[in-house]
Design a binder for this molecule. Structure first.
Ligand code: FES
Ligand code: FE2
Length: 319
């Protein structure tokens, strides 16, 4: 069993929705703890402790029945809320038995769990985007701790070195304890192949807003084109590697049938271009150990991010 980290309370992406069909179950290890994700016949998802609270049998050997996971050993049934809904006659009543559960939500074709007693904020919305004008999720395994990816957007100094962008100015703001945002005015330095495409499209300057929620959910909004991207980060393998779920969205609902036909290729192209922008970070930050080291005045926004990170409410609370 891996070590359990004192992770921020947040929504974490655990898989792509289509990976779990009706009446299927999927064992999940999250932050060193064992869970069982299941989808009832009604299509709703639940995530309960993997081992039965009766005698510890592995519920992954069970079946989904009546929108519950049924333990094969003595047939106790647990619903998505962790409530025992059925058990053979005994001195206990089902209503007296509860097992551990986490809140589950599906959005943008992804399954999220809330790490905490109960959700403290909502999964962020794309700005001005009407469903379903967002892409299929791209799932990418990174050899970087998720905090390295998180810190990145606030590390304005690295934009020039790694991404061929000049940061003319920026402002940092916050809506609540779970949120921090940064508005960046950015200029293009044409060096890589995709910079030429961006130059060709006349986007030499851009105004980008990044909004972070719970330390692991990042909304990117290009204020000039209206395009959005969403990065949802899942820390795994002892917090040293990360699964990145990446989605992009078009600024407007496609109104004409022609635009609707080319919506999918447009989204795929946008996803490819946006991901190409992020990619140079990944090999550079491999095995990074993010820390507040010897910082300079150029690192002011990174310091703002650390301050935000340190204040994020953690779970479990008693660790
Ligand atoms: S161990 Fe699960 S019902 Fe007995
Ligand atoms: Fe970066």
């Amino acid at each position: 069993m891996t070590e359990q980290f004192f992770l921020p309370q947040s929504w974490y992406p655990i898989c792509v929705s289509r990976e779990i069909k009706k009446k299927q179950l999927k064992p999940i290890v999250f932050n060193g703890t064992d869970w069982l994700l299941f989808r009832g016949g009604d299509g709703k998802l639940g995530m309960v402790s993997r081992f039965c609270p009766h005698m510890g049998n592995d519920l992954a050997n069970g079946k989904v029945k009546d929108n519950c996971i049924a333990c094969p050993l003595h047939d106790w049934h647990f619903n998505a809320k962790g409530e025992c809904k059925k058990m053979p006659p005994s001195n206990l009543k089902p209503s007296q038995v509860l097992t551990g559960r986490l809140f589950v939500e599906e959005k943008y074709g992804l399954v999220f769990i809330f790490w905490g007693e109960k959700p403290l904020f909502e999964i962020p919305q794309f700005t001005g985007i009407v469903n379903p004008a967002y892409s299929m999720p791209l799932v990418h395994q990174l050899q970087n701790p998720y905090l390295a990816v998180g810190l990145n957007g606030f590390d304005t100094w690295h934009f020039c070195n790694v991404h061929n962008r000049t940061v003319f100015s920026y402002t940092v703001f916050s809506q609540n304890i779970f949120h921090i945002g940064i508005n960046l005015e950015i200029g293009l330095i044409v060096r890589r192949w995709y910079d030429y495409i961006i130059k060709f499209l006349g986007l030499l300057k851009s105004n980008i807003q990044l909004d972070y929620y719970g330390g692991n959910l990042i909304m990117v909004h290009n204020k000039m084109t209206g395009h959005c991207a969403f990065l949802a980060l899942l820390p795994n393998e002892g917090n040293e590697t990360t699964t990145l779920y990446f989605i992009v969205a078009l600024p407007k609902e496609s109104r004409t049938s022609f635009l609707r036909i080319i919506e999918k290729p447009r989204l795929s192209f946008l996803r490819f271009m946006s991901f190409s922008f992020l990619k140079p970070d990944f090999p550079i930050q491999k095995n990074m150990r993010p820390m507040k080291g010897i910082l300079t005045t150029e690192d002011a926004s990174a310091v703002d991010f650390w301050t935000y990170w340190d204040k994020l409410p953690r779970y479990p609370m008693n660790k």
